[in-house]
Structures are given as C-alpha cells and as structure tokens.
Design a binder for this molecule. Structure first.
Ligand code: NI
Ligand code: MN
Length: 228
C-alpha cells in the first residue's frame, strides 16, 4: 500500500503509511471545513507544526482517548504534558528522528506559535517526512523563505503549502515556494476556511501548472492522494 494523504479541512491531514495512521494538526471542533469529528479519528501518532488553536485543535482530547504519541516542538510537548497527555516526543528545528513510521525532520517556518491558553509554544516548524515510498513536506503556517531551496534538496515528492494569504503565504508566494522546493506535486491548504483567507484555488492551480514544474493536487475535504 502506498502512503496516502487525506485532507480533512483547513490544515488538518491524515497520513496512512505502512501500519500507521498519523494526524497532522488535528483541528475538527469549530473547523468549518471538517468532514469528520475528533471522536471519529484513531491515529497512532499526532504531529503538530505549531501552537495556534487552528493547529493544536483537538489534540489533547484525541491523544487522551486514543493514547496516540504526540510529536511537536519541546515547548508544545511540555504543555501537552500539563494537559494530561502522556506520550510525547519532543523534536526541534533542524532535528530529525527515525520513528517507526519513517524519518521526520523539523524545519523552519516563519510564523507564531502561542498556545490557546497563552502559553509559550516555542517556534513554529515545517515537517519533512521521509517515508519508505517517498518524501512529504508540510510547510505549516509560514511566509515564503529562500531556505525552501535547501529543504528541497531532499527531493520533495509531495508538498503541502498554505495559500490563504493574510496569516501565511498567499497564492503567488506558494507558487514561488513550489519552485524553490522543486516539489513534484503540491497540495494547497489553509484557505477558504474563513472569509479572511478565501482564495481562487483553481486560478492558483493553473498558475502553478503554467509557471513551475510542479503539478497541483487540489483536494476537497475528505479527499486523498498518494505520496508519489
Ligand atoms: Ni498559525
Ligand atoms: Mn493557522
């Protein structure tokens, strides 16, 4: 079975790889795009890019119910511990670790990371996954940065990039990001959830197709694609 990425709305993704199910930034409650609920997911692992409420989301409730391992930066893992989450694995930017689902490296992101209760959520991150059948880069919430060229040296099969503008890269910068990364395929996210980040995703997809070597993969909430 190839590694599969399912879009669950906003910036929430489920990854199925080998025997493992990963949830990235599991935000269901109050997510207008959510097609499932926090009660209906059963991850082995939860991975968080940063501390904002639309990314930490339902992590605490899901982790307590399922016993999922939570991987995040050190500050967020410490906070999860104070919330009663028992299994955490802290990483930090530049650091990678060989988990049982594959290798995961934390990369830079330019954004904030304050936790919902105002606690310090450390620095925001991107996620670079090396699965047995390919690489997945999840930029997290970030503006465009030139070091995406460095991240792209890993050879990115699939990149998940925000295109919503206002809080993160907008569509034009996301196209430049795909070019910096030399990504083969790009899934857009973090748009359309609220009026402030409404975007014409079809126009973005056409621009990506016409001006870069990357192929757009636009997923409606609930839809999936394979890694390569
Ligand atoms: Ni954010
Ligand atoms: Mn966000």
């Amino acid at each position: 079975m190839p590694t599969t990425l399912t879009f669950l709305g906003h910036s929430t993704f489920q990854v199925e790889t080998g025997e493992k199910t990963l949830l990235i930034d599991p935000f269901f409650t109050d997510n207008p795009q959510a097609t499932t609920s926090a009660d209906d997911v059963n991850p082995d692992v939860i991975v968080l890019t940063h501390g904002h409420g639309d990314h930490v989301g339902d992590t605490v409730a899901i982790a307590k119910r399922t016993g999922a391992l939570c991987i995040a930066n050190f500050e967020i893992c410490s906070w999860l511990g104070t919330q009663g989450v028992e299994k955490t694995h802290p990483q930090h930017i530049g650091g990678s670790f060989q988990h049982d689902f594959g290798r995961l490296k934390f990369t830079i992101a330019h954004h904030g990371s304050m936790l919902p209760d105002g606690s310090n959520g450390g620095n925001p991150a991107g996620l670079l996954f090396d699965f047995p059948d390919g690489t997945l880069y999840v930029a997290g919430d970030t503006g465009l940065f030139l070091d995406m060229q460095l991240i792209g040296e890993a050879g990115i099969n699939l990149a998940v990039l925000p295109i919503g503008d206002n809080f993160t890269m907008g569509p034009d910068d996301a196209v430049r990001a795909a070019d910096f990364l030399k990504a083969e395929r790009v899934v857009p996210c973090h748009y359309g959830t609220w009026p402030l980040i409404e975007q014409d995703v079809d126009a973005w997809a056409e621009q990506l197709r016409n001006t870069t070597a990357a192929d757009p993969v636009v997923l409606a909430p609930g839809e999936s694609t394979t890694l390569s």
